[in-house]
Design a binder for this molecule. Structure first.
Ligand code: SF4
Ligand code: SF4
Length: 355
């Protein structure tokens, strides 16, 4: 069955992230294949990044999605890591053609540190990423996509150093474009790295002419509506108050929740627990690693120090507000905190009575 544009968005919203990806992989693949036939041009720029988002995209483990990536990578007109051309020939593509879709990986250095990221030359002068974005975004025909938390909100390069600010004044597309109103949708898929299947779904939707429904942080609601904590396989242990006290107990066989090892699942909104990673096989918490909140708009400053235990009462309300998108979720987060504070109080009291 072939989905129409209207159905694509409707079904995505109704089925949720994992259900959609499982049922409609072939539609995603054929949208990408069609793009190749129609000579759709995808430009992929790299800012301040370690290329992990490119690696994430190229290492998708699902065989069907992998085929799509092969098709897609042939069709990516400009990509510093995987394109065959280089030098002036590569840069001329950015000047000669208008992108249908512009993907950014990595953060954007700004202000007096704009020169921290340059590629290509114009009139003998290096061109900064800011200049390329100012040139290319107005020329983009279908959508601008920020892939990874650095491209979305600044990520690691935007982290404050000992002086209290980012060494390169790094920002993501969210801060860079706020108030500028580009003529095409700007879709952000945060994560460190970004999730490859979510990107391919968004690209397929964009190529079908569908603008996915976005939240206040410009993230597709299909993948960014629920707290990771809500669908975590360890959630039952949390509710029972069974907490790992050390990493020795982080293995799933111990039946413990990782909250006291610093898990940020309760303040991070993303479909990690639903779609999982590596072709739907695993996710951080299931592998014994507390969530570090890499999808959170305030990552890393708002979610660190990592792996640091926190009392339930220490989840500060501003973090919850920052990561929370709707009043309903806000109320939910407040209820969690209140409920867990009460539970902790009750457990402490029970322990005291036992003594
Ligand atoms: S491991 Fe993290 S996300 Fe999972 S239930 Fe515990 S606190 Fe929540
Ligand atoms: S579970 Fe947490 S740390 Fe793991 S990918 Fe998702 S947001 Fe990032």
């Amino acid at each position: 069955m072939r989905l129409s544009r209207r159905e694509f968005n409707k079904v995505l919203a109704a089925m949720g992230a994992s259900g959609f990806l499982m049922s409609y992989k072939s539609e995603i693949v054929s949208a990408l294949e069609e793009a190749k036939k129609n000579d759709v041009k995808i430009f992929w720029l790299q800012g301040q990044s370690d290329s992990a988002c490119t690696v994430s995209l190229l290492q998708a483990s699902d065989p069907d999605i992998y085929d799509a990536i092969e098709e897609l990578s042939v069709n990516i007109a400009f990509h510093p890591t995987i394109m065959p051309s280089f030098g002036d020939e590569a840069i001329s593509i950015l000047e000669k053609y208008d992108p249908d879709i512009l993907v950014l990986e990595g953060a954007i250095p700004t202000g007096d540190m704009e020169v921290a990221c340059t590629f290509g030359e114009k009139n003998g002068k290096e061109v900064t990423l800011v200049e390329w974005l100012n040139d290319l975004i107005p020329r983009t025909k279908i959508a601008v996509v920020g892939f990874g938390v650095c491209a979305a909100y600044g990520g690691i390069p935007s982290g404050r150093d000992y002086t209290g600010k980012s060494p390169t004044n790094a920002v993501g597309l969210y801060q860079f474009l706020k108030g500028k109103k580009p003529s095409v949708p700007v879709i952000l898929i945060p994560g460190c790295p970004g999730h490859p299947d979510w990107l391919l779904t968004v690209l397929a939707a964009a190529l079908l002419g569908v603008a996915p429904n976005l939240d206040n942080y410009w993230r597709p609601k299909a993948f960014f509506s629920n707290l990771i904590h809500d669908n975590c396989a360890r959630r039952g242990f949390y509710d029972e108050g069974w907490f790992a006290k050390s990493f020795e107990e982080s293995d799933f066989r111990y039946n413990k929740c990782l909250f006291k090892l610093g898990c940020r699942g309760p303040i991070t909104i993303a479909a990690c627990s639903e779609t999982k990673w590596n072709g739907g096989i695993n996710v951080c918490m299931n592998a014994g690693a507390p969530c570090i909140g890499c999808m959170h708009p305030g990552f890393p400053d708002e979610t660190s120090p990592f792996f640091k235990g926190q009392s339930r009462l220490e989840i500060d309300a501003t973090k919850a507000i920052f990561s929370t998108l709707t009043g309903a979720v806000l109320v939910g987060a407040g209820a969690y905190i209140a409920m867990h504070a009460y539970r902790e109080h009750k457990l402490d009291k029970e322990k005291e009575e036992e003594k």
